[in-house]
Write a new protein. Structure first.
Length: 179
């Protein structure tokens, strides 16, 4: 039996339909579904909603890991919701659920999520999985951090920066064979 792998997508809750970031997330959700991946997000609006919509409209699972801190309503495109009691439990579950990660534009919450998964891999507390950042903002941050990581004689190069949706999916397909 071939079990679908799951890609966790992190990003802002602010983009709305018609915004570039929303459309990129929707394309990723759609393309990941068409390439036999499930997706996992934080389950609410913005990038989370767009990716879930793209995935569920293309016949794959759209998992939402939610926490009721803001009174937000989960995306109607979720096919499964996992409720958490705290923000840190939510981040842990988002990381545990993913076989790979895509980081889209976002703010400090997205930075926290990227940092958490990156640090867990850097310290070998979880096995290595592909992490892909999309946008020039993340590319700059990743470059700066990789220099510091090299200086500390730790494993650099754990995070890829790719700006093309199709290339992101191809990269994930090449890295997530079966483990």
């Amino acid at each position: 039996m071939n079990v679908k792998k799951t890609i966790t997508i992190f990003g802002s809750s602010l983009p709305k339909e018609g915004d570039k970031e929303f459309e990129i997330a929707y394309q990723l959700g759609s393309l990941l579904a068409k390439n036999n991946f499930n997706i996992c997000t934080g389950g609410y609006r913005g990038i989370m909603h767009a990716a879930s919509k793209g995935a569920s409209e293309n016949g794959t699972e759209a998992i939402g890991i939610t926490v009721d801190l803001w009174g937000a309503v989960p995306s109607e495109y979720l096919t499964k919701e996992i409720k958490c009691d705290s923000l840190f439990e939510r981040i842990t579950k988002l990381i545990e659920t993913g076989d790979g990660y895509i980081i889209l534009k976002g703010g400090t919450g997205t930075l926290l999520e990227l940092s958490a998964v990156w640090e867990l891999m850097n310290k070998k507390l979880i096995r290595s999985k592909p992490i892909v950042c999309h946008s020039s903002m993340w590319k700059e941050i990743v470059s700066i951090m990789d220099k510091q990581i090299e200086h500390e004689k730790r494993t650099a190069g754990l995070v890829e920066s790719i700006d093309n949706v199709e290339e992101i999916v191809e990269y994930l397909k090449s890295r997530i064979i079966s483990f």
